[in-house]
Design a protein around this ligand. Structure first.
Ligand code: XMP
Length: 531
């Protein structure tokens, strides 16, 4: 195990992610962790970056016992400065912040013999790295040598080779340091000799164990599921851990995709064995949405009503749970939060180390006085998919495109009516069917090649013709984008045959549609959803 001590950098979790990619197990703990309280001995320690200055009077510092563990240490950014501070208090404010790409030279010849450190084995003499720091070393700590330089950082990397202490000013954990994983591999695998036996299967087992301990032998957990991959994987993990003491609730808000509630029920109950209650509240939602055109209002109505219904349902379930002889109270609320959602909330937050969570379903857990349980909080989407596959969840669900909480309400411009919902649902179902059947040139399904696709409904009606009749019908907009992070996206290009087939089918099969258009805007300037 590699111990990652977190000083609050937004990148700390990327360190654990890189280690996982190397199949190396790591534990991330706040930098203030007392080593005497650890029940295990790490093979090596990584000190993360952080937003502080080591010389400030309230700066966080590691337990000095870390230097008595007699294991290799890698300090990254603030971590390097923490090392230097420990060995000589020689860190200063830099004249200017260094932020961005820098060229690292790993053959420094500033008065020393050229020497390639074990930390940089297998790497080219010059490589791009990502810097983000204000402070710098004033001089080398005793017995340390410089193992890399950059134009702005004479001490871009330092080492005490016999103690196996290393410090790098740059961030090897971010993708802007293209060969950074090799640096982490050299440290964890070659220098610390950590075993590379950590897999998603191991993650699952450990998480199941952790959940069991946390919840206890009688505790019960409630959680909302949507049919998306995150909540499904989270629900399945809970089920593995505590079986029927986990209660999943799905609220049908009337603006789901076609047959979605049915499919979710089938997957969760029949295939995965999860204890699920589906609440059909579509009429309640649709009547509240009547006459509402403003997208933010629609979002609010759906969000608030969801909370109301979930609370009502949770109370019922809690009452029933109390009456079962083996069960205790519902104490926890499950949330399928992923790492990118919580970057802010998990890091170490200053010397008073408060760990808070800000990202949850409309403050539901606080309101209901429930504690949060978030089994996926350390993971990225691709890792959740890997676990989903590991847990036996169908491929179709594991690779499902994201679907927004407010559902089709933000894919229907203006007022939402039952008729418009039906039209979008049907058009969308045809589009999805064709995307799943269609193939790219190299044989992957179009659905998999695309990050997110859907049918939506434009605001105005247009004229068309059905048989001999003129029809004043709706305008369906199809949208498909490719993206890695959903922050920017490119519109997807279909070939003529595919585009015509989808358009013809929607025109012919969905009653009330006069035209089908393809919405071909990238993000920016557009967003992915229409509203
Ligand atoms: P935009 O439209 O902002 O979408 O480019 C980016 C991603 O976020 C999803 N999205 C939402 N998800 N509630 C959600 O749960 C929302 O209000 C919401 N708005 C957008 C969208 O589907 C896309 O994946």
């Amino acid at each position: 195990t590699i111990l990652v001590l977190d000083f609050g950098s937004q990148y700390t979790h990327l360190i654990t992610r890189r280690l996982r990619e190397l199949n190396v197990y790591s534990e991330m703990l706040p930098c203030t962790q007392k080593l005497a309280d650890l029940t295990w001995k790490p093979k090596g320690v990584i000190l993360s970056g952080g937003p502080y200055s080591v010389y400030a009077s309230d700066a966080p510092h590691v337990d000095p016992e870390v230097f008595n563990l007699d294991v290799p240490i890698l300090g990254i950014c603030y971590g390097l400065q923490e090392l230097a501070w420990h060995f000589g208090k020689n860190v200063l404010a830099g004249e200017k912040r260094e932020y961005g790409r820098a060229a690292l030279n790993i053959h420094p010849r500033n008065g020393q013999e050229a020497h390639v450190s074990r930390l940089f084995e297998g790497l080219p003499d010059d490589m791009d790295v990502w810097m983000s720091h204000g402070d710098k070393l004033s001089r080398l700590p005793d017995d340390f040598i410089t193992i890399a330089t950059s134009a702005n950082s004479p001490y871009a990397a330092i080492a005490h080779e016999s103690k196996e202490y290393y410090g790098v000013q740059f961030h090897p954990e971010v993708t802007h340091t293209p060969k950074g994983t090799q640096v982490i591999r050299n440290f964890a695998v070659s220098i610390c000799k950590a075993r590379q036996n950590w897999t998603m299967e191991a993650f699952r087992d450990k998480e199941v164990e952790r959940i069991r301990k946390l919840v206890g032998p009688k505790g019960q957990v409630i959680g909302a599921v949507s049919g998306g991959v995150d909540s499904t994987v989270a629900a399945k993990l809970m089920h593995e851990a505590i079986g029927d003491r986990f209660h999943a609730v799905m609220v049908d808000n009337g603006v789901l995709r076609k047959d979605e509630a049915k499919q979710v029920k089938q997957t969760l109950t029949k295939n995965l064995g999860v204890n699920l209650t589906v609440v059909d509240a579509s009429e309640r939602f649709l009547s509240l949405l009547k006459g509402v055109e403003d997208p933010e209002k629609k979002r609010k109505i759906i969000g608030n009503t969801f909370i109301e219904i979930f609370e009502e349902e949770a109370k019922k379930i809690a009452k029933e749970a109390e009456n079962t002889p083996r069960a205790g109270n519902i104490e926890y609320f499950l949330q399928g939060t992923l790492y990118p959602d919580v970057i802010e909330s998990i890091s170490f937050k200053g010397p008073s180390a408060t760990i808070k969570t800000h990202h949850n379903v409309g403050g539901l857990p606080e309101k209901m006085n429930l504690k949060l349980i978030e089994p996926l909080r350390e993971l990225f989407k691709d890792e959740v998919r890997a676990i989903g596959t590991e847990l036996g969840i169908a491929e179709e669900l594991v690779w499902r495109h994201p679907f927004p909480g407010p559902g089709l309400a933000i894919r229907i411009i203006g007022e939402v009516t039952p008729e418009k919902v039906r039209i979008v649902q049907e058009a969308d179902a045809i589009f999805m069917e064709e995307l799943k059947a269609g193939k790219t040139k190299d044989g992957t399904s179009l659905y998999r090649d695309i990050s997110q696709a859907f049918a939506a409904l434009f605001v105005d009606k247009a004229v068309g013709v059905v048989g001999d009749q003129r029809l004043h019908g709706y305008v369906i907009a199809l949208r498909a984008v490719k993206t890695t992070d959903f922050m920017t996206a490119k519109a997807y290009w279909f070939d003529e045959e595919f585009a015509s087939r989808v358009s013809d089918r929607i025109g012919n099969e969905v009653q009330g549609v006069a035209r089908v258009v393809y919405e071909w805007t990238s993000k920016p300037p557009a967003t992915i959803e229409l509203e």
